[in-house]
Each structure stands twice: as C-alpha cells, then as structure tokens.
Design a binder for this molecule. Structure first.
Ligand SMILES: *Cc1c(COP(=O)(O)O)cnc(C)c1O
Length: 425
C-alpha cells in the first residue's frame, strides 16, 4: 500500500513550502503541479510509440483553466489537443492557440449556436452525437467528420457514464453505417469514429475491448462502404488510484494490447487508422489537491471537523460517493480518531469524508484533499451562496502562481445588474 495517492514527486515539491503558501494566499485553494501534468501527458504519448499520429485531446471539462491548458499544449505541440463540448470550452482552446486539427468538438444535444461556433475560425474536428445532427451542421459540410458510437447492449459502461443502453450519448448501432453514408453524400471525404463508454476505469482490458469494438465498426465501414477511417478515438476514461490500495492503470499493457489489435486490423483492411484518446482525469486528476483549513470541531452524535472549503470546490464525494484521500499536514505521530470532514453548505451530503479514521484534527490544521485536479474545481457550483476557491499553480521552478482568483459575493450578484425589462401583454 502506498502512503498516499498524491504522487511522491508532487508531495516533495509542495509540502516543504505549504505553510508559506497558506500564509501568502490563504485557504482554501486548489493547487496543480506543472511537473506532474507534463509527465502525465508524456506518459500517455509514450504508451503508443507504434501508433503513428497518436494524439491525446485533453477533455477540457476536467480542468478548464487556460494556464493548465497552455502547459498541456506546450508539452508536445504535435501530439496534444483539446476535447471541447461547449462554446466556452471552444473559446478557451482557441484563445491559447489550439489549431483546428487540435480541437475535437464532442457535444451532445447540440444547439445551432454551438455548431456555428465550432465551425468558425477554421473549424475543428466535428464529432456528431446523432444521425439527425448531420443536417443541422451549418454552412458547407466539413471535409472531415466523426461520429460518436453507442454500442447499446453490446457493452457495459460504468457508474459515471452509465449503461450504454440508457446513456443519452452516441449513434446507435443500427444507424452507424447509415450515418457515414449520409455524411459522405453531404460531401465528407475524411472520417473518424469515436466512443466514450466509461470513466475512471483502471482495468486495461475494458479499454482494449473498446478498441476492438471500434475496429469492428471500422471493418464494416471498409467492407460495406469502402470507407477507410482517418482515426479511431477510444475516448478518455483512464482511471486513477484514488485510494491508497488502488493500483495505477497499466499503461504498458494497454499500449501493447491496443497496438496488437491495430496491427491485426491493418492486416485485414490494409491501412492504419490513427489512434486518438481524450483523457481528462488521467492528465490532471492526481496532480491537483484541494487545501483547506479546519475551522470547527463539533462533538455531536458524531465527531465533525468543519473545514473552510465545501462541495462548491469538489462535488465528487457528494455526486458519486467518491473516495478522496485526506491527509492532515504536520500530523505525523498523532493518535487517530473517526470523524466526518464537512463543509458549511446546507446539504447533508456536503462531506469530504464520512466516518473516516484520520489523525486527530485540531482547529487551524491544514487538510489536503487529494486527487482533486480533475472534475474538482470545474464541477463546483454556487448553490447556497457558496463561492469557488482560488486556483494556484506549482510551477516547474517551484514558484507558486495564482491562476484564478477566488469568487466573491460580487461575482454572484453580477447577474442581478441589468436593464429593467417588463412585458405586459
Ligand atoms: C468527460 C469526458 C471525457 C474525459 O473523461 P475522463 O474520465 O476525465 O478521462 C472524455 N470524453 C468525453 C466525451 C467526455 O464527456
């Protein structure tokens, strides 16, 4: 068992200066490790050395901060890009200099405005969620088009994405070939195939089965429609070890098995589709922690330790009942006690840990909530007048940079400033 889920290198760079960082910036904050994020990008790229043209499109929703996105893009320009699914995500990607071929637009229930934005500024790789959306692409139909495939009962998903049969995403099996044929009639000449079936999945065999499934569709496209895919996108969803007893995903085996499948396909179809992925969690998840201070100890029916962050900064425990490891800074040698670690939102699921054995926590103690770098800040909300915390970056040289200020009450009230507008019919 590892001491903690937070990568050792991150801890070594961060913990010695934690007290100064807290004194300077105050709590709570999310902090991300530039070194860890860069090395996660490089290890993904290094997983597929025999897949020419491999590209990782970072799922922007996992950590939509332009400084983090700049770090990702600059790690290896040619092999990285962004998976976007909303207009602001497209704007962020373009603002930091992503080129059209570095942006995959994977929306669902897409609006006209979203299509217009996706196709502007030189466009992007358009990934359509349904056959009916083909006719809704405005202007000239793009040369390159991709479809998101939903296999229905041919696969099982997992808790976060759900059973494919019940999931709202993707083109159903019976329509997938028809969709390509229709897109070709519209003028498309280059094609991609995408799926996204599971999130936080650490089992390599699940991901290999996903690639096999995509290659089966590629076979049918080659055989029945004479369409050769430019790429297959196996989605994101690589899991991370949230719990100290969890194993990391075995990237070496993943690379080997996926490459074998692609070689087998190439022998049959006579061409090599490029392999794409679009991980969010794997890239930033372990390389961010939420730092918060204990402000209250309550001896109720249970022992409660109240902290100055709440679920507005990290929703995963409340939404998915997810485990996030917690350590208490400077607590070595202390006795332990069973507590609930709670925020101050008026919802009883506003808890970072429930009946967890932790070193005795005193008021003023600094707590680290691990693996908050993906789907952490990004999922936060303002319910109950709660604001989201600041985001910091631990830079390569060890200095710490503010990369997003904390929200204030004024931010919450901004939408109450508007011109009077009354309709009397
Ligand atoms: C959320 C999402 C991802 C990223 O998922 P992770 O589990 O963070 O890797 C990738 N693709 C799509 C379409 C998504 O919605």
């Amino acid at each position: 068992m590892k001491a903690m889920p937070m990568p050792k290198k991150f801890a070594k760079r961060f913990l010695p200066q934690l007290s100064e960082i807290v004194a300077h910036f105050g709590t709570p904050f999310h902090i991300y490790d530039e070194v860890g994020i860069r090395s996660a990008c490089l290890s993904l790229i290094g997983t597929f050395p025999f897949c020419p043209g491999f590209r990782e499109f970072f799922a922007v929703k996992a950590c939509p901060n332009p400084r983090i996105m700049e770090i990702i893009l600059s790690t290896t320009q040619e092999l990285l890009g962004f998976d976007c699914s909303s207009i602001p995500e497209l704007q962020l990607a373009r603002q930091i200099g992503a080129r059209p071929e570095q942006i995959m637009f994977t929306s669902n229930n897409t609006s006209h405005e979203e299509f217009v934005e996706a196709m502007a500024y030189g466009g992007c790789i358009l990934n359509l969620d349904d056959i009916t959306l083909i006719d809704k692409v405005p202007g000239n139909f793009p040369d390159l088009i991709c479809f998101r495939y939903n296999p229905g009962d041919r696969r099982t998903g997992n808790m976060i994405i759900g059973n494919p049969l019940e999931a709202k995403y993707g083109v159903k099996h019976e329509q997938i070939l028809v969709a390509y044929e229709k897109a070709r009639r519209k003028g498309a000449t280059r094609f991609g195939l995408h799926t996204m079936l599971a999130s936080n999945e650490r089992n390599v065999h699940y991901h290999v089965a996903t690639v096999k499934m995509l290659l089966k569709i590629a076979e049918a496209l080659h055989r029945d429609l004479d369409i050769d895919l430019e790429f297959i996108n196996m989605g994101g969803g690589l899991g991370i070890p949230y719990h100290p007893r969890d194993a990391s995903v075995d990237l070496f085996t993943l690379g080997q098995k996926v490459t074998q499948e692609i070689i087998r396909f190439t022998e049959y179809a006579g061409y090599i589709p490029k392999l794409y992925m679009e991980n969010g969690r794997y890239v930033t998840g372990p390389h961010g922690v939420l730092v918060t201070k204990c402000i209250n100890q309550k001896h109720g029916y249970r022992e409660y330790r109240g902290v100055d962050a709440c679920m507005s900064a990290l929703m995963r425990p409340a939404i998915y009942n997810a485990y996030h490891h917690i350590t208490v800074h400077g607590s070595r040698g202390r006795r332990s006690a069973v507590v609930d670690v709670v925020g101050s939102l008026c919802e009883n699921n506003d808890k970072f840990a429930i009946q967890r054995k932790l070193p005795v926590i005193r008021e003023g103690d600094i707590l680290l909530i691990h693996d908050a770098g993906a789907h952490g800040y990004a999922m936060g909300f303002n319910y109950n007048g709660r604001v989201r915390p600041q985001e910091l970056l631990l830079r390569e040289d060890g200095s710490v940079e503010l990369i997003r200020r904390a929200e204030t009450a004024e931010d919450l009230f901004r939408t109450l400033q508007f011109e009077p507008n009354i309709l009397s019919v």
